[in-house]
Design a binder for this molecule. Sequence first.
Ligand SMILES: [Fe+2]
Ligand SMILES: [Fe+2]
Length: 330
Amino acid sequence: MKVKCNGCGKKYHVDDAKIPEGRRLEIPCPGCKTLIPVMKQATAPSQLPTRGQDLLDKIVNESKALPPMPEVMGRAREVMGDEKCGFNEIGAVIETDQALATRVLKIANSSYYALSVPVSTVKQAAAIMGCQAISDLITVVSTSKMLGKNLAGYNLTSRQIWEHSLACAYASRMIAEMKAPTLANDAFNAGLIHDSGLLMLDPFIGLLKQTFKKAMALSGTTFCDVEMKLFGFTHAQVAGLFFEKWKLPKIQTDAIGLHHTPKESDNPLAHIIHAGDAVAMRCMASSSPIVSQTIIHPETLSILSLTEKELEEVGTKAAQAVQSVTLSLA
Ligand SMILES: [Fe+2]
Ligand SMILES: [Fe+2]
């Protein structure tokens, strides 16, 4: 960008890449030291790529809808990855963050976990509940703020998206425990954040709200079909790519990316999250079409050999878990 000093009249070239969008800076003139105001206009939505790979790259690389992985989650994951990890180590990680420790203890003492004695320290809770259960709670608490946002474009409240995410996490873990126990932890994590792509796509849906509404009104159209038509990709793909940046295991990022289209892959976790997602929609009654599409692909039912009775039981337990966690964190 070219700028001119109002003091001495000299013209200079300033590197655009070094100027933040939408903020006014003052740079001293190298000649006479007069301050030269410099401002780069924020990119107007109309100048953004509107669909396809360019928009997908922009959202995944620049989205501020999701923060970097919460530090304590990263440290907890490292500690849990160490085979010698015990409840002292995991307790020590959480206790570095008192607000987090308090919230974890609140949930641990809730009726869902039905502990025989109330716990007052995270180490105690880890000793009774096991490190994995505590690690799940860290994930829940760390993501609660991130997922608890109103989505004006999709017309979803923070409560709807948070409850749906929690229900999917618990349902996916239960399905994995029954059908593929080694995937239980991956199922919980991936289930919790499977719909984070909605947060990142929401501002763009907001810009096209009327078109989105009209397309949604067509019978037999799912919101994934509409996303695909408007942008050329879905919220699932956005989230799958985004979480590669959090360095989540590939089995999780793939499953998140495929949670609406699991038959495109042989990743068993994609089928588990797909089933957990549908169970979550069944057990948390909602008027929003975004969180009330309850059909499970027949391939998923047969690959996981899931029965309707099992799905119903999982739904009942997942709803209890959600109620307990949301009451504890209220
Ligand atoms: Fe989804
Ligand atoms: Fe979902």
